[in-house]
Design a protein around this ligand. Structure first.
Ligand SMILES: Nc1nc2c(ncn2[C@@H]2O[C@H](COP(=O)(O)OP(=O)(O)O)[C@@H](O)[C@H]2O)c(=O)[nH]1
Ligand SMILES: [Mg+2]
Length: 389
């Protein structure tokens, strides 16, 4: 297949010469089953990087240059470069790679083997076993990188991916074409994180290759972690928030709210028939539990639906037990609230809301995900295990 290694440059005159030389003479001859190309995406570097590349193009027919770009950051350069690679060079596989030899070109064949195995994106990871960051990085840069990645992993809740901000990657063109329109506005590390996040979100297969990241020996770094930290945080928090809202969570919440209304109205309905208030409330509660179980099963958690008839009674009993836990929570919170602030209607209603919002929802939503519909079993718990182990 046609492979295009995309190298964005800004003032990399000395480095670009070395990386192209290594790729062309040492790496490409090892790769027999793909046609290897390089595309340098230069943002009008004042040091004349483009002129150097044009010189090298004379003897390397598989070397291409996209020049005269406006310096709009790494993300924009990659979007421009990948678009060109797909449309003009008919690339089927693309690499993201830095010009400064921080990314060891000798790793390229290993990335390609993963693609050959069927993965859609392969990422170089510094934080998984066998990978590393430079010893000589300052404490601040190390801190930003290590904690930045940990933070992204935890907020996005995808622990099995170890390196979100790295920029040594291989991907199939289908991944880029799918995500392209959502990527244009992201800069710096946010570009790398958002690209990877959207790729994982859409179910593309992602593999990791451990890499040793070496510090550049020539030129200066252009991307300062602290410039992007606010942007990055904003992205991951918003992305996670919307993911939660559009995940089963919103459906679960609507179901629960309607369940509450069913409880309230049926209580009054049973009263009309002269049933004792306590019994009427309990009957209403059970009706609401049945409603919740059914709607969660067929709507909120429909992907994980329990379909086997034999399993339903047991699941329903489990569901009732979880619901009983919610009742206990409400009982406890209201008891504590009214004994502290007096047993008025305002206090009761206020503490009911507190109990539901802060305790019942996190509790019951987790229990449904972990025990009833087992949605978090694979990804969340084994992800945690992988992180610890
Ligand atoms: N075209 C282009 N390349 C950039 C830009 N910013 C950084 N780069 C390139 O992106 C790669 C990584 O940048 P670098 O400064 O080494 O970041 P660091 O490794 O995180 O310190 C290098 O090849 C840079 O030349 C930009 O605005 N435009
Ligand atoms: Mg660098």
């Amino acid at each position: 297949m046609k492979v295009v290694i995309i190298i964005p440059t800004y003032n990399e005159k000395g480095n670009i010469e070395r990386v192209i030389e290594i790729l062309e003479t040492k790496i490409f001859p090892q790769i027999k089953n793909h046609q290897m190309h390089i595309l340098v995406v230069d943002d009008t570097s004042p040091d004349g990087t483009a002129v150097t590349v044009e010189g090298l193009m004379m003897k390397n027919k598989n070397l291409h240059l996209l020049k005269n770009g406006e310096k709009l950051g790494l993300g924009a350069a990659y979007v421009r470069g990948m678009t060109h690679a797909v449309e003009k060079l008919q690339a089927e596989i693309m690499f993201e790679m830095d010009a400064d030899l921080s990314h060891d070109p000798r790793k390229v064949p290993e990335f390609l083997r993963k693609i050959d195995e069927g993965y859609d994106m392969v990422i170089g990871t510094r934080y998984s076993q066998g990978g590393s960051i430079p010893q000589n990085w300052g404490l601040l840069r190390k801190t930003y990188s290590v904690f930045g990645n940990l933070l992204v992993r935890s907020i996005l809740m995808r622990f099995w991916i170890h390196d979100w901000t790295g920029g040594f990657r291989a991907l199939r063109k289908e991944v880029f074409l799918k995500e392209k329109k959502e990527l244009a506005s992201f800069r710096g590390y946010t570009f790398q994180v958002s690209f990877l996040h959207k790729t994982v979100r859409d179910g593309f297969k992602v593999a990791e290759v451990p890499i040793h990241f070496t510090d550049r020996t020539l030129g200066r770094s252009k991307i300062a972690p602290k410039e992007y930290i606010a942007e990055l945080l904003e992205y991951v928090i918003a992305a996670r928030f919307w993911e939660l809202v559009f995940s089963p969570f919103l459906k679960y919440a609507i179901t629960g709210f309607v369940g509450y209304l069913i409880n309230a109205f049926s209580l009054e309905l049973f009263k009309i028939f002269g049933i004792h208030s306590g019994v009427a409330g309990a009957l209403g509660a059970e009706l609401s539990i049945m409603w919740n179980f059914t709607l969660n099963n067929f709507w909120a958690f429909s992907k994980y639906r329990i379909t086997r008839v034999q399993k339903i009674p047991l699941k329903f009993i489990q569901f009732n037990m979880v619901s009983f836990g919610s009742v206990l929570i409400i009982f406890t919170v209201i008891t504590v609230g009214t004994s502290l602030f007096g047993d008025t209607r305002l206090v009761r209603q206020l503490f009911l809301i507190i109990a539901i919002a802060f305790f019942v929802i996190p509790y019951s939503y987790s229990m449904y995900n972990i025990f009833i519909w087992k949605r978090w079993h694979i990804s969340f718990l084994s992800g945690l295990q992988k992180m610890v182990g």
